[in-house]
Write a protein that binds this ligand. Sequence first.
Ligand SMILES: Nc1ncnc2c1ncn2[C@@H]1O[C@H](COP(=O)(O)OP(=O)(O)O)[C@@H](O)[C@H]1O
Ligand SMILES: [Mg+2]
Length: 297
Amino acid sequence: MTTTPARRLDVTGMVRVARERVVARVREAEVVAAALSAGRNVLLEGPPGTGKTTLLRALADGAGVPLVLVEGNAELTPTRLVGHHDASRVLTEDYRPENFVPGPLTRAMTDGAVLYVEELNRVPEETMNVLLGVLSEREMHVPRYGRVAARPTFRLVAAMNPFDAVGTARVTPALYDRSCRVAMGYQDEDAELAVVAAATGGPAPLVARAVRTVRITRDHPELRIGASVRGAIDTVLIAVELAVVRGQEGAGGDTTGLDAALAALTGKVTLADGAARPVEDVVADIWRRAGEELGKG
Ligand SMILES: Nc1ncnc2c1ncn2[C@@H]1O[C@H](COP(=O)(O)OP(=O)(O)O)[C@@H](O)[C@H]1O
Ligand SMILES: [Mg+2]
């Protein structure tokens, strides 16, 4: 049986599409594109909302390769990932290849897609072992179905949040050894302003205040986990709609911004252990402080 070595991807096309769609992140785009083109698998490490999915989608589109996205969690068993035989058809027809319902891994391998597993650290150990096998061999054996070989453009990209308390230790040295690691931390304020402006089209002062607010949440003593740029995007989108509801101009008044920030952020941040007041009070303070820092408190 022939194995299917990885073949190069359109690395220039990948970087071009990333430049069109992704704010900054030029170095990351180039490095991930180069690693994927070279047939390597990639581990993206960074907190939620740092543009990992956005970057990968752009790179896959630039390469003209489909992207298969899988959310990693405790329910992602090997069967869910690989596929299963249709139980009722097995009863009447026994195990046959036609009864096999391929899971995302099998589909990605046979379509030559990029398989993107988010929150890799949350998947069960047996599932991680299946992925490890595919990383080394570019093929797998599925009981009662047979051998599945990866097409030449198949790649595996996994993402994980290094600060996630769940199962980060489960990502074994064997997996690190078989992939390349690219860190995706929070972007600088200018980049986040550009991301939120592009995602919302909201008024500049509101965008600036929302971005400053989420940035303060990330190293605030009363919060254990702060908000990503997603929190700023939500704040702006909600404030603009809320202003319409209330018949106000543009982004509305200060209370409108605050109401939006509370809705957008109180569920996204986590209070530090032993915090003495409700999360609403902390977020409201940060919203006010952001306004003061930007000179419209
Ligand atoms: N560098 C970036 N360029 C463009 N959009 C970005 C960037 N970073 C984050 N975003 C936007 O922020 C949100 C979260 O990004 P996403 O790619 O889903 O993050 P992650 O996969 O790391 O959780 C999306 O709406 C995305 O469009
Ligand atoms: Mg993502």
